[in-house]
Ligand binder design. Structure first.
Ligand SMILES: [Zn+2]
Length: 391
């Protein structure tokens, strides 16, 4: 198949110009042109909608030879973006203007530049992938609101056939092209206290839920995890982000609730965290899960990660240090159905510009990311074949 490889900068601009602010998302506006490009390059494309116009895409090539038992490489990125915020933008957020080597717009860093770079590398290398171990591209909807698109695919009865397995997973979230080896998990809970309402002038006849909630908040401030700090991720954290209770000043409130944001580290089990919190808060507080995204971590001595670091060093001039990030990614949802492969987070966007006013991406980072992704594909295809198993 003879396919023209799109220009990654022009493709980033094309994607930024599509408004995929989530909510409402409407990611189909980005997924459709990506599916067209990848189909033309020989990829088998399947679109997966978790709601109307909330499309994710799985595009796969190669990995079908009976004589080649190697698993494909997988690339992933999300096409939804966060809202614009209240501050005025100096550069039109859906204009994708390039000024002084910076491509401006919502999603330019987080992470339409990454998606464009993955797609361009995948198309450039389509031919060798088709006859080799193969590649799976997974472009998702609804990542910014808790990996909705990725979780919908992972929970689908047809997930195994849709996603297949992968030998390694690359997430193109913004890292300024630094290779990162993990991220914290996010575990969001609602703590509910209930009581009995009464007239505010006769509080002795009621049972005040706000007092129970307040005691719970103070217990949470003192709460200590029984998990030691992780060498790279540091300690797990807990924050009470919201507190609500009572409807009017002259009534005893019969319900009150807290919103709890826990960021867990590698090796920490969320079910165990929930158990410990239940014990600390006692029977007057009911805990419910709002979001459960696991941490992701690949040890730096993983053989593939060592090759990734060597490839980055060859292109960037110095050996990167092993690092992790605090934000979560779709890898948390995709890793299990893909067979728990090692995960690399590497993308051209600027991490500190994600979700900011006047978000931009350095154009030269987009070009470098395509080269790095092509290096990863070449390296993957060059690895020796696994021993064919007896039929
Ligand atoms: Zn992102």
């Amino acid at each position: 198949m003879n396919t023209r490889v799109p220009d990654p900068i022009a493709l980033t601009q094309q994607l930024v110009r599509v408004d995929t602010v989530n909510p409402p998302g409407h990611e189909d506006g980005c997924i459709a042109p990506l599916a067209d490009l990848l189909s033309a390059a020989g990829y088998a494309c399947r679109v997966h909608d978790f709601a109307p116009r909330r499309s994710s895409l799985v595009a796969r090539i190669g990995g079908t030879s009976r004589h080649d038992r190697r698993l494909p490489l997988a690339f992933t990125g999300h096409v939804d973006v966060v809202p614009l915020g209240n501050a005025a933008w100096r550069h039109e957020p859906f204009g994708a203007a390039i000024v002084d080597g910076r491509l401006y717009g919502r999603g330019s860093s987080d992470m339409k530049s990454g998606v464009a770079a993955l797609a361009c590398a995948a198309i450039a290398q389509a031919e060798r992938l088709r006859d080799g171990p193969g590649l799976s591209l997974i472009f998702t909807a609804g990542e910014e609101t808790g990996c909705e698109g990725a979780f919908a695919m992972a929970r689908d009865a047809g997930a195994a056939a849709l996603l297949g397995r992968a030998g390694a997973l690359v997430v193109a979230e913004p890292t300024a092209n630094a290779p990162l080896i993990g991220h914290k998990g996010a575990f969001w809970l609602r703590a509910l206290a209930t009581g009995t309402t009464a007239h505010g002038s006769m509080p002795e006849q009621g049972d005040n839920a706000v007092y129970k909630m307040a005691r719970a908040a103070l217990a949470l401030e003192r709460f200590e995890f029984d998990t030691p700090a992780h060498a790279l991720m540091g300690a797990p954290t807990l924050n009470v982000g919201t507190a609500r209770g009572g409807l009017n000043i002259n009534s005893v409130p019969d319900a009150a609730e807290l919103g709890i944001d826990i960021r867990s580290v590698a090796g920490q089990d969320h079910a165990r965290v929930l158990q410990c919190l239940c014990a600390a808060l006692g029977p007057q507080i009911q805990l419910g899960t709002l979001l459960d995204v696991a941490s992701v971590y690949t040890p730096p001595d993983d053989p593939w990660m060592q090759r990734v670091f060597a490839l980055c060093a060859a292109r960037q001039g110095s050996m990167p240090l092993p690092r992790t990030v605090s934000y979560f990614t779709d890898a948390a949802a995709l890793r299990l159905p893909l067979g728990m492969p090692p995960v690399l987070i590497l993308g051209p966007g600027e991490p500190q510009l994600a979700h900011q006013t006047d978000e931009f991406c350095h154009v030269h980072h987009i070009v470098e990311a395509v080269a790095l992704y092509e290096d990863l594909i070449s390296d993957w295809c060059a690895q020796p074949q696994a021993q064919p198993q007896a039929a």
